[in-house]
Write a protein that binds this ligand. Structure first.
Ligand code: PAF
Length: 281
């Protein structure tokens, strides 16, 4: 297994591997890996000959006042976990190589970034698309795998991959959950044991929405009202950023749930902003 920190060395190796006819998989991450990330690596490994896992806490996707400085890091632990999951190459670039002095070129996906997370965090996706485009250019993957947990991110990046003509198979892998249903996230570590059960408000709200749809209720406004009640019952201090019902591909809001409708939500639980989503039908 190789740990590569230089952009030039990574570019050279990617070119060499491609020259040898090797199929390359890429799993971009910000580190502090959990089972969700490892499932992406395993999935990439099944489709390719060699998997590059990148670890880079990307400053341009954090707004001032967000958790860039506190974002959890554990490089040694990550390397161990990637090895166990079967990832062969770990790319840990330096910030000054990714964003050299005078950096001023960004990639922007226009419409899809105006809603949901993009509305709450206006500069976030520009940072995500820029770093992922740079990683695609450096690592030249044949396959890239992203998690459904960050649903809008996945749709935005899929659009970027298509629009910029990257010859990459884009895979969106299912969300991995803790046994009690909480979606795995590096930010779950911020909760104290007392706060942790209240983080389940997202999962409970989503599963109650799905049960309502299964029972024949398709009106988004009615389902949203019930979800708010479930959230408040589980975490009375929760601050709801949004509960949205959207079309899977276009991210356009829908008033009535139909096949392919995704319910996504963002909630601050004890100051920690969590997102989650579920296909309702
Ligand atoms: O999902 C993440 O961890 C990040 O947004 C990503 C895709 C690695 C880009 O920094």
């Amino acid at each position: 297994m190789a740990v590569i920190r230089s952009v030039t060395s990574m570019q050279r190796l990617a070119r060499k591997l491609a020259g040898q006819g090797k199929k390359i998989g890429l799993v971009p991450t910000m580190g502090f890996l959990h089972e969700g990330h490892l499932s992406l690596i395993k999935r990439a490994r099944k489709k390719t000959d060699i998997v590059i896992t990148s670890i880079f806490v990307n400053p341009t996707q954090f707004a001032p006042g967000e958790d860039l400085e506190q974002y959890p890091r554990d490089e040694r632990g990550d390397i161990r976990k990637i090895k166990r999951a079967g990832g062969e190459i770990i790319f840990i670039p330096r910030a000054e190589d990714i964003y050299p002095e005078g950096f001023q070129t960004y990639v922007t996906v226009e419409q899809l970034t105006l809603t949901l997370e993009g509305k709450m965090r206006p500069t976030h996706f520009r940072g995500v698309t820029t770093i992922v485009a740079k990683l695609f250019n450096i690592c030249r993957p044949d396959v890239a795998v992203f998690g459904m947990k960050d649903y809008q991110q996945a749709i935005v990046l899929k659009r970027m991959t298509h629009d910029l003509g990257y010859p990459i198979t884009f895979i969106i892998a299912p969300t991995v959950r803790e046994p009690d249903g909480l979606a795995m996230s590096s930010r779950n570590k911020y909760f104290t044991p007392e706060q942790r059960p209240e983080a389940l408000c997202l999962y409970y709200a989503l599963t109650s929405a799905r049960s309502m749809v299964q029972a024949g209720e398709y009106t988004a406004a009615i389902i949203r009202k019930e979800m708010r009640a479930v959230i408040k019952a589980t975490c009375p201090t929760a601050i709801i950023d949004y509960i949205a019902f959207t079309d899977f591909e276009t991210l356009q809001p829908v008033q009535h749930v139909t096949a392919g409708t995704i319910c996504s939500l963002a909630i601050k639980v004890h100051g920690v902003r969590l997102i989650d989503n579920m296909k309702l039908l």
